[in-house]
Ligand binder design. Structure first.
Ligand SMILES: [Zn+2]
Length: 137
């Protein structure tokens, strides 16, 4: 049985699907974007308080692709950004950070310690990882 937030999202999806109309195909859109350079990528933090669509007034006419991760860190998004360069070759990549970001409060050492407590069997992998802490001013 599905409960909690997933149940709520499934109910909202059912309502949304009643009026859904499929957008143009990806290949058609990507071809047009490559030709014009009109594609936009926004890299931002995944913090749910930050809504880049609202903040930047994004709507479907801008063909903006959203890439989000903890802290809006480029090193964590490189694979996706590289793939997007081959698909739509966006002419604009915007990086959007925000105040009171969690990655200014939760630094790599604390994240690693907590993860090792959860999964000590992969301690070496965790210790070798970077989680995108934001330090300094
Ligand atoms: Zn953040």
């Amino acid at each position: 049985m599905v409960t909690g937030p997933l149940n709520e999202m499934l109910a909202r999806n059912s309502k949304w699907a009643q009026t859904y109309q499929a957008p143009p195909g990806l290949i058609q859109m990507a071809t047009a974007l490559r030709e014009t350079g009109a594609g936009v990528v926004v890299l931002s933090c995944s913090d749910p308080r930050l809504n880049p669509y609202q903040v930047l007034g994004l709507d479907p006419t801008l063909k903006a692709t959203m890439v989000r991760n903890a802290g809006g860190r480029a090193f964590d998004a490189i694979r996706t950004l590289a793939a997007l360069q081959t698909i739509g070759r966006p002419g604009t990549i915007a990086v959007m950070h925000h105040t009171d970001c969690g990655m200014t409060h939760f630094h790599d050492d604390a994240i690693k310690k907590a993860l090792i407590e959860l999964a000590p069997e992969v301690k070496e992998s965790i210790e070798a990882s970077k989680f995108g802490e934001i330090t300094g001013s």
